[in-house]
Every structure is written in C-alpha cells, then in structure tokens.
Design a protein around this ligand. Structure first.
Ligand SMILES: Cc1cc2nc3c(=O)[nH]c(=O)nc-3n(C[C@H](O)[C@H](O)[C@H](O)COP(=O)(O)O)c2cc1C
Length: 208
C-alpha cells in the first residue's frame, strides 16, 4: 500500500481518558487547520471552524459540562465525572459548523459533507503529526448554555475533538468491511437518457 494511504488507514480514535500531555501546540494546530482548509469544499465556503480549548479554558469547559450534566438530571458524582472528562484531554477543539442553508449555489447537504471532509483532514493531520484523539458529541451539543458558549447566530455545535499524546497503544481494531463493500463498477446500462429532467429524484439543484 502507498505509505500515505497506509498512514490514513492506521488512524484510530483514542478517547480522552487515554490522552496525556503534550497536546498539539500552535504550530501543529496551524498545520491541522491548513489540512482542514485543503479538504474538498464546494464554493470554498469553509462551513466549519474549530475553537481551541486548552490551558485555563479547560476548567471553564469542565464547569459547563458539569452544569449540563446536572441539567440532564445527573447527580453530583455524575456531574463531577463529566467535568473531569471535559478537562482531561490536553487540547480540545470544538467543531462549530456554519452552514449557509439558503446558499444560491451550494445546497446544505454539500456543505455538511465539506464539514466532515474538513474534520477528517484535521484528524488525519493530527495523526500524521503523532497525536491521538477522538471526535465526540453526545447530548451536550444540544445544551443551550454550551451552544451559547461556542456558537454565534446560525452556527451549529457538532461536538469536540479531544487531542493529545497517546498514553497507551490503541486496542485491536475491528476489521473494516473491505473496499468491495463501498466500491462497485457502474455500467450505466440501466440508465434512462431523456430530456427535461433538470431536477433530480433527490430534489437537488442542477448546478455546475
Ligand atoms: C460527528 C461525530 C460525532 C461522534 N460522536 C461520538 C460520541 O459522542 N461518542 C463516541 O463514542 N463516538 C463518537 N463518534 C465516533 C468516534 O469519533 C469514532 O470515529 C468511532 O468510535 C470509530 O473509531 P475510529 O475513528 O477508530 O474508526 C463520533 C464521530 C463523528 C464523526
């Protein structure tokens, strides 16, 4: 396998409890952001941004998580556990989508694809730089106080990427299903070629 493709295939998520210092510093975060900016992105809208939580801000994130846990009906032990989880990763990136739902050219679903593509590039760059991490979301992304802390008008809190150095090697990976499950030849034999079909069955816009 090509060594870069092999590197991509070796990425494996590692949760916050297995992450230790050092996390990515300014230069490494900038490289990760560059990688995110180079993902496929129709119209170059860059419909996502990443808010860096580190240092003293980790305690503030922990306080927000603790309150969200109380709001969700957890007891003080549960709230303390959530707070501890929030503060554990050396660096956390909040993933904030800024999808323009009324864009003239780029439909919403394409912007969401671009959000995911940017996230994948960012996480693969972190892996290439020797860091481990995991994308996490959960019910907390719907907590009003947490949303208000990270998002401006029209933005959506997708979740958080916990980042750091791996305290242990990742466990054995469940085998993936294999390329043939997602890759198949299209012969085009069943396609009907006809005029007057500007709108697709998906209701998408015909563009570019
Ligand atoms: C947007 C998004 C949100 C996710 N939220 C969670 C989560 O809350 N909890 C979780 O265990 N995994 C979550 N995952 C999945 C993990 O990040 C990870 O991809 C999955 O466990 C597969 O592991 P792998 O990356 O090693 O293949 C999320 C993934 C994405 C893309």
């Amino acid at each position: 396998m090509n060594p870069l493709v092999s590197l991509l295939c070796s990425r494996q998520s590692l949760g916050p409890k297995h992450l230790v210092d050092p996390g990515p510093g300014d230069a490494e975060l900038a490289q990760m952001a560059e990688a995110a900016l180079h993902a496929p992105d129709h119209g170059e809208l860059m419909p996502v941004r990443f808010a860096v939580v580190r240092g003293a801000a980790r305690a503030r994130l922990a306080a927000l998580f603790a309150q969200a846990a109380r709001d969700a009906g957890k007891d003080e032990a549960g709230a303390a556990l959530d707070a501890e989880r929030a503060a554990r990763a050396p660096v956390t990136l909040a993933v904030v989508a800024r999808v323009d739902r009324g864009h003239m050219l780029v439909p919403e679903h394409e912007q969401w694809v671009a959000v995911g593509a940017a996230l994948a590039n960012l996480m693969n760059a972190a892996h290439a730089l020797g860091f481990a991490g995991k994308m996490l979301s959960g019910a907390k992304v719907r907590n009003a106080a947490i949303q208000a802390a990270f998002c401006g008008p029209g933005e959506t809190l997708v979740g958080w990427v916990a980042l750091g150095s791996a305290a242990r090697a990742p466990g054995p990976r469940r085998p993936k299903s294999g390329a043939a499950t997602v890759l198949a030849e299209w012969s085009g034999r069943g396609a009907r070629i006809r005029s007057g079909s500007r709108r697709s069955a998906q209701g998408g816009r015909s563009s570019v």
